[in-house]
Design a protein around this ligand. Structure first.
Ligand code: GDP
Ligand code: IMO
Ligand code: MG
Length: 423
């Protein structure tokens, strides 16, 4: 068996949580491979809404194993809060959630450093989620990090060493904080975490594959936030692209199967950084209102714009996408005209390839297509799709060179249409 990967092709919040939940019945195991509680993955079914941060989106389907892989950074305090909220709603997880020994810990001081560094950047701040992601990955790469496996070996000393180093760093900033307050919560989280099965997840995953189990790897953030290929420096601190599933789970590249690439029928971004097709007019506001485009973690309004096929072509290429998933089609239901950016005009020259720097002088070149002006939210099958919508799908498939296998027409699990070719 192979590992199928599901990941975002834009700037995050494409709807990954919803589709992982929909696809989970086809697999035995769902595994997160990177990111941490900067993610907010929303699932809606049976009149309930859940937002998952560190926990994989396969947990609501019965009989499935979920894994937090080695590439993830985990904050025990937020983990505890997430687990307790799920327990309170009747979803105990202790026997279904496994955690890699090699996942790195986000310490309370990582969160403080994230806030202090952002404050110091002033107008050029990244607009991070404030969850300590950058500092935790920085410690991992500089070989100073603490891992979940360290919790069982002389942890207090290692914690003190790391924290005192961070306190020295914090002293360089004009930043006030109260460490004791968040530390108590954090250590309570550590006790909760220790109650879970902490495993060598790379062995578990490869043995599961060898014994014929199906695995779905769940990405967080989006490819345009990738540390190497995203709109640097306005990115997150991990490899969000498909290659991240190999390093974040310990899976060889030849063990990767299908790659599901998810995108919205338009485009959004939260936080700072370039966004060539961003709209500042009524159309953008309409997308935000109808699509309820407010961050699921921070509540920040998401910036909205037309679909960017220059960026999407690039991320389809980087990920080797085999199946596309188009989300939030219903948000465009009332638009007269749909626009799609097919090229960038940079100082009078047109390019279809994403340039090194997308922050300046880019004029998107748009193609206009007629809107479908039909309520799609109740549709059950592709036979009901309006002609104009089918034309939009065919246009995108042609531009991106990959079939659109799934179309989402609303936030609910049931509002998902699998197209014939993908069944
Ligand atoms: P993720 O981070 O990729 O899992 O996405 P988020 O959960 O942060 O953001 C997606 C938002 O869109 C959530 O509020 C979902 O409930 C919602 N959503 C998902 N699919 C659809 C859809 O097809 N239509 C509409 N209107 N909302 C959707
Ligand atoms: P999901 O998994 C959208 C953005 C932040 C900021 C940048 C760096 O829900 O799609 P970080 O806290 O990671 O250092 O912030 O990345 N960002 C996201 N944007 N969806 C996410 O996750 C994001 N995770 C981080 O807004 O611009
Ligand atoms: Mg999200």
């Amino acid at each position: 068996m192979k590992v199928d990967v599901l990941l975002g092709l834009q700037w995050g919040d494409e709807g990954k949580g919803k589709i992982v939940d929909v696809l989970t019945p086809n697999y035995d195991i769902v595994a997160r491979f990177q990111g941490g509680p900067n993610a907010g993955h929303t699932l809606e079914f049976e009149n309930q809404k859940y937002i998952l941060r560190s926990i994989p989106s396969g947990i609501f389907q019965q009989g499935k194993t979920n894994i937090i892989g080695n590439g993830v950074v985990l904050d025990p305090a937020l983990f505890k809060a997430e687990i307790e909220a799920l327990e309170a709603s009747g979803h105990p997880l202790t026997d279904r959630l496994l955690i890699s020994k090699k996942a790195h810990l986000i310490l309370p001081t990582h969160r403080l450093l994230d806030a202090a560094m952002e404050q110091a950047k002033g107008d050029s701040k990244i607009g991070t989620t404030g969850k300590g992601i950058g500092p935790a990955y920085t410690d991992k790469v500089s070989r100073n990090g603490l891992r979940v496996g360290d919790l069982f070996h002389n942890f207090e000393e290692k914690y003190k060493q790391a924290t005192s180093r961070h306190i020295e760093m914090l002293a360089q900033y004009d930043f006030e904080y109260n460490l004791e307050e968040i530390e108590a919560e954090w250590f309570a989280g550590v006790e909760k975490l220790k109650a879970f099965r902490i495993i060598d997840s790379e062995h578990f995953i490869n043995k599961s594959l060898a014994s014929g189990q199906g695995i779905l790897a769940e990405g967080a953030q989006g490819s345009m936030l990738d540390i190497d290929f995203g709109s640097y420096p306005f990115v997150t601190s991990s490899n969000t692209i498909c290659a991240g599933a190999c390093t974040g789970l310990g899976v060889a590249p030849n063990k990767i199967g299908d790659v599901f690439g998810i995108f919205k029928a338009y485009c959004t971004r939260v936080g700072s950084g370039p966004f060539p097709t961003e709209l500042f007019d009524e159309d953008g506001q309409q997308m935000r209102d109808v699509g309820r485009e407010y961050g699921s973690v921070t509540g920040r309004p998401r910036r909205c714009g037309w679909i960017d096929l220059v960026a999407l072509r690039y991320t389809v290429m980087l990920n080797g996408v085999t199946k596309l998933v188009m989300m939030k089609s219903d948000v465009l239901d009332t638009f007269e005209t749909i626009k799609a950016c097919v090229a960038y005009n940079i100082n009078g020259e047109e390019t279809e390839d994403l340039p090194y720097d997308i922050s300046e002088n880019i004029e998107p070149v748009f193609v206009e297509l007629p809107g479908w002006k039909t309520d799609m939210t109740e549709m059950q099958s592709e036979d009901e799709f309006p002609e104009e919508f089918n034309n939009y799908l065919s246009f995108l498939e042609e531009e991106l060179g990959v079939p659109i296998a799934i179309v989402s027409v609303g936030p609910n699990r049931a509002q998902t249409i699998l197209r014939e070719q993908s069944k």
